[in-house]
Design a protein around this ligand. Structure first.
Ligand code: PEP
Ligand code: MG
Length: 571
């Protein structure tokens, strides 16, 4: 049947092909009581070892497929499988003391981990519940000795669109990516595992497509638009031709952008800027390099704290930071210290339940209050700094006092390393995120105490306009085009310029083609964005005239409404 379904665009691009419906594996728990407890424990242990081998093999395959970010979930799976206190012992205890069969005991212990993720007030962590369910199904299938059904054999014969309720990490890992054109799922949001993986592999994807499985059957012809979230089911010939044209145009544009790799980011009249990447995991570095990032303008270090019950050790952090620095060579890498709280919660960090978490206990506030947590990270960073061009940045700074205290702890961390004779970086640039209006208003004072600013528009907009960045009900209030926001950005850039310090921007607005000419006109010289935007923005910069942008930005600052500003910029 011909129809259109609307979902959420999760990974850009147009894809077409025949639908392959992937059915989820349903586990059924037997009621049996084990006759021989030791044999049952043995059964559990060998299934566990089998699962360890499977996740290790999947990790290797994903790394080979160039999906490093998505591969990391399998390392997290392996950690759970090898966690004696949190997984192995509780399962054995249930078999021994409660006479549960191995399937029931495993399902019980892993379901409680699923429940923890599911109860978290954070879309990202909730999405991790599906990962834990996947792990549970894998161990259970191995205990029962059944093959986990996966893709139909015909999947690999020609290009297909995978259609599913949701895709667990191990499902996606088994896909032969050469034969998959795109992915559509009925559930999930833009931070779901499917979305992350699709973006890493540059596969068009639509998630959250309500009613998908009701209407789409195996073999239906599907066209999906990963930008708008539109899915056309069995479109007619004319529509398909139309889509094909758009797809060709999209691919052509993408290939044309490759020309901008290896070039300078410079305007027609010779103003050179830097285009850097925002990254969230170690494996994102490769995507940044592939897109010719001139540095890393933001490492969101939170990735090390996710999906685990204990906090990462200094050594573990050191190794991750060192890898990032080494891979970037002499290019600058700005590590932002832990930005927990707000919309980011972590199982290893117990935070109070708050009425208003974005205005609550978060980021630098937590770190200053928990010096051991903060100093562990600072020491790991300083040690890693020996291996590359390290810069450290503090998030959510709202007062000079906070900055002073953060710098004292950084000095103490360095002193403790010196006293222990541990090699570490002695001289480095220290900066702050300007993402709270107080910091923007006092930018001239802050500029005397730091080496650089990085403007975080994502938070600066929400705090300036009192509009939650994730709340769809106030999405129209939340706008970077608001004159109050733009005035704060402009004055922060000029305060930095006066003081002779660097000023960059790492909020989403830095990669927005409508706003880039304006920020360039304000005098911004460093733009940090998702890697996939870099070449597009370099092409844009190459077509701009800085002096014209400057005059335009002066005119924009005279305007009093967001709608007027948006209209002018979109002309
Ligand atoms: C920002 O607030 O603009 C920013 C880059 O930080 P995050 O999105 O991680 O809060
Ligand atoms: Mg922020």
């Amino acid at each position: 049947m011909k129809m259109e379904i609307k979902g959420i665009g999760a990974s850009p691009g147009l894809a077409m092909g025949y639908a392959v419906i992937y059915q989820k594996f349903e586990i059924s728990i037997p009621d049996t009581i084990p006759e021989d407890v030791d044999a049952e424990i043995k059964k559990f242990q060998s299934a566990r070892h089998e699962s360890i081998c499977e996740v290790t093999a999947l990790f290797d395959k994903m790394m080979k497929d160039g999906a490093g970010e998505a591969a990391e979930v399998f390392m997290a799976h392996k950690e759970i499988l090898e966690d004696e206190a949190g997984f192995v012992m509780p399962v054995i205890e249930r078999i021994r003391e409660k006479s549960e069969n191995a399937v029931r005991a495993v399902a019980h212990v892993l379901n409680s981990i699923v429940d923890i993720f599911r109860s978290m007030d954070n879309e990202y962590m909730q999405a991790r519940a599906a990962d834990a369910e996947d792990l549970r199904d894998s161990v259970v299938a191995n205990i029962l000795g059944i093959q986990k059904p996966f893709m139909k054999d015909n999947l690999y014969s020609e290009k297909k669109i995978i259609v599913s309720y949701d895709l667990a990490p191990s499902d996606t890992a088994k896909l032969n990516f050469d034969k998959v054109e795109g992915i559509v799922t009925q559930s999930g949001g833009t931070t779901s595992h499917t979305a992350l993986l699709a973006r890493t592999l540059e596969l068009p994807a639509v998630v959250g497509a309500v009613g998908l499985l009701e209407h789409v059957k195996d073999g239906d012809f599907i066209v999906l638009d990963g930008e708008t979230g539109k899915i056309a089911v069995n479109p007619d010939k004319q529509e398909v031709e139309e889509y094909q044209k758009r797809k060709d145009e999209y691919i052509k544009q993408k290939n044309e952008l490759r020309e901008y790799s290896g070039r300078r980011s410079i305007t027609l009249d010779g103003r050179q800027v830097r285009l850097e990447a925002n990254i969230g995991t170690v494996s994102d570095v490769q995507t940044a390099i592939d897109n010719d990032a001139e540095g890393i303008g933001l490492v969101r270090t939170e990735f090390l704290y996710m999906e685990r019950k204990e906090l990462p050790s200094e050594q573990e952090q050191f190794e991750a930071y060192k890898r990032i620095l080494e891979e970037m060579g002499d290019k600058p890498v700005i590590f932002r210290t832990l930005d927990a709280g707000g919309d980011k919660s972590f199982p290893g960090l117990t935070l109070p339940q708050e009425e208003n978490p974005f205005l609550g206990y978060r980021a630098i506030r937590i770190c200053l209050n928990t010096p051991s947590l903060f100093k562990t990270q600072l020491k790991a960073l300083l040690r890693a700094g020996v291996y590359g061009n390290l810069k450290i940045m503090f998030p959510m700074i709202s007062s000079l006092d906070e900055l002073r205290r953060a710098k004292i702890l950084l000095e103490q961390a360095a002193e403790e390393l010196s006293a222990a004779g541990v090699p570490h970086r002695k001289k480095l640039s220290v900066g702050i995120m300007v993402e709270v209006p107080a910091a923007a208003i006092l930018a001239d004072c802050f500029a005397e105490h730091v080496d650089f600013f990085s403007i975080g528009t994502n938070d600066l907009v929400q705090y300036t306009l009192a509009a939650d960045r994730g709340n769809p009900n106030v999405a129209d209030v939340y706008t970077t085009f608001h004159p109050a926001v733009l005035k704060l950005i402009a004055s922060t850039i000029s305060a930095a310029e006066k003081a002779g310090i660097e000023c960059g921007m790492c909020g989403e607005a830095a990669g927005d083609p409508t706003l880039v000419p304006l920020f360039l006109g304000f005098g911004l010289k460093k733009f940090s964005m998702s890697s996939s935007s870099i070449l597009k923005i370099r092409k844009l910069i190459s077509s701009l005239n800085y002096e014209e942008c400057k005059r335009m930005s002066e005119r924009v600052l005279q305007l009093n409404t967001a709608s007027d500003i948006e209209r002018i910029l979109k002309k």
